[in-house]
Design a protein around this ligand. Structure first.
Ligand SMILES: *[C@@H]1O[C@H](CO)[C@@H](O)[C@H](O)[C@H]1NC(C)=O
Ligand SMILES: *[C@@H]1O[C@H](CO)[C@@H](O)[C@H](O)[C@H]1NC(C)=O
Ligand SMILES: *[C@@H]1O[C@H](CO)[C@@H](O)[C@H](O)[C@H]1NC(C)=O
Ligand SMILES: *[C@@H]1O[C@H](CO)[C@@H](O)[C@H](O)[C@H]1NC(C)=O
Ligand SMILES: *[C@@H]1O[C@H](CO)[C@@H](O)[C@H](O)[C@H]1NC(C)=O
Ligand SMILES: *[C@@H]1O[C@H](CO)[C@@H](O)[C@H](O)[C@H]1NC(C)=O
Length: 394
């Protein structure tokens, strides 16, 4: 307590603008990606003559390790909530909302979080009852079905594909796969990822999608990344052939660009993320619950970030542009006169994931301060909450 008071007094003296010493955490909303899952496609055999490692679960399911990692993150966040005096012990029913998309991996992630962050408390994970449909709040599709709009999106995606230069990435991948000995080459004559064309796939009611090398490359690199995070022996991660950070970077570029082409869209992202952003703003308007976690997908984080117009940022020590288990954390802080917003990207580093490092206030996950283009922040990363609320055009 004495230490806290001294720190508090020092902070008052040195800080300009917002007096951060007198700020109190008032509300938190997290938009989270699910944790480590099995690869999304279970038909990767045709891309290589080499045997793929075996996974215990079918495609796209949260793994046991994924649940463990989410629990570690949950524990850290509950420590932080307690430290900031927002939630101590078991919260009341109305104080928290944990809401997941209907996919098994998102529900299981939310459950793992709750079991650890609110252990032995009566906190229920909410989700649509019908698990056979993708929850419309999280569904990353284009809603405006006008031909003009669809054409605009198609054009932007094609322009992004045209600007891509993944030559080195595809070459590296082809070498690791020995693609010239794979079925895809022998029977489908796709032997060179640098010659085949990536095409835009836009269908009403479906996610903006691509086919060709960008789709294939992303599916394969995703399988490598997940096996690395899962903690498989290195000889089972891309058959032991990724040996340098430069190789990882080349391969990860394919995942980054897949996300960039499909969801980082000027007009499209505002439409795609509309229902989710509307849902988020309702919670801020209601000033309740105190703590919310929404569990969705990288496509949700990507389209929300683009739609709300964040300034560019870099997430270090990560392969993925929207890291597995990563959390976009909107925090409302108040003092006696004002309300402020601070946004951080909270995510585990590659080594924290692979080694399942225990996280705590003294060994935290990575935290990157983010800024919105239209909510001017001070040197501590706070902007006026009222300015943030004005960005609600949904
Ligand atoms: C599969 O399950 C077994 C037993 O639970 C576990 O020891 C092993 O690590 C799991 N393998 C993978 C790849 O998850
Ligand atoms: C737990 O919460 C549910 C509502 O979500 C309520 O129906 C139930 O009575 C609660 N159980 C306990 C033990 O408090
Ligand atoms: C759909 O997009 C078209 C073309 O950009 C636009 O004119 C129209 O207003 C949009 N409709 C809705 C409901 O937003
Ligand atoms: C793509 O990048 C490589 C280097 O990585 C370069 O040699 C090549 O000229 C580039 N291709 C185009 C079309 O810009
Ligand atoms: C995207 O397209 C690929 C290749 O055509 C297909 O296999 C995949 O299922 C599609 N994904 C989605 C989410 O629509
Ligand atoms: C998103 O697209 C913009 C250009 O429209 C680009 O400047 C930015 O780097 C892209 N972001 C990512 C993460 O790819």
């Amino acid at each position: 307590m004495a230490v806290k008071l001294i720190v508090f007094l020092c902070v008052i003296v040195i800080s300009k603008g917002v007096d951060i010493g007198s700020l109190k955490l008032d509300q938190v909303l997290i938009l989270s990606r699910h944790n480590v899952r099995t690869p999304l496609t279970d038909s990767l055999e045709k891309y290589t003559p080499k045997p793929w490692p075996k996974w215990n679960e079918s495609a796209g399911i949260l793994t046991q390790k994924g649940a463990l990692l989410e629990g570690i993150m949950g524990k850290y966040i509950s420590e932080w909530l307690d430290n900031e005096d927002l939630i101590e012990g078991c919260p009341e029913q109305k104080e928290v909302l944990i809401y997941a998309n209907t996919k098994s991996r998102t529900i299981a992630t939310a459950q793992a979080f709750v079991d650890s962050a609110f252990q032995n408390c009566n906190v229920t994970v909410r989700h649509l009852e019908d698990l056979t449909v993708f929850d419309p709040v999280f569904l990353p599709i284009v809603h405006n079905n006008s031909e003009i709009f669809s054409n605009q999106i198609g054009e932007e995606m094609r322009a992004k594909i045209k600007d891509l230069n993944l030559t080195e990435s595809y070459s590296e991948l082809a070498k690791i796969l020995k693609i010239e000995e794979a079925d895809i080459c022998k029977s489908l004559y796709l032997c060179d990822l640098n010659i085949a064309q990536t095409e835009v796939v836009l269908e009403v009611g479906e996610e903006p999608n691509v086919s060709g090398p960008l789709f294939i490359g992303n599916a394969i690199v995703d399988a490598f990344i997940m096996s690395y995070y899962e903690g498989m022996p290195l000889e089972d991660v891309a058959w032991g052939q990724i040996q340098t950070p430069e190789q990882w970077e080349l391969l990860a570029k394919i995942s980054k660009e897949n996300q960039n082409v499909r969801f980082n869209l000027t007009l499209g992202s505002k439409d795609i993320a509309g229902p989710l952003i509307k849902y988020m703003y309702n919670i801020f308007e209601d000033k309740s619950p105190k703590f919310t976690m929404l569990v969705g997908h990288d496509s949700n984080l990507n389209s929300v970030i683009r739609a709300l117009e964040f300034k560019p940022f870099k997430l270090s020590e990560q392969f993925e542009p929207y890291p597995i288990g990563g959390k976009l954390m909107f925090q409302k802080w108040v003092d006696s006169t004002n309300e402020y917003l601070k946004i951080e990207y909270l995510y585990p580093s590659t080594s924290q994931l692979r080694n399942a490092e225990i996280l705590s206030l003294s060994h935290p996950p990575k935290k990157v301060l983010l800024e919105l283009k239209d909510c001017k922040t001070d040197s501590n990363g706070f902007c006026l909450f009222s300015d943030f609320m004005k960005l609600n055009v949904y």
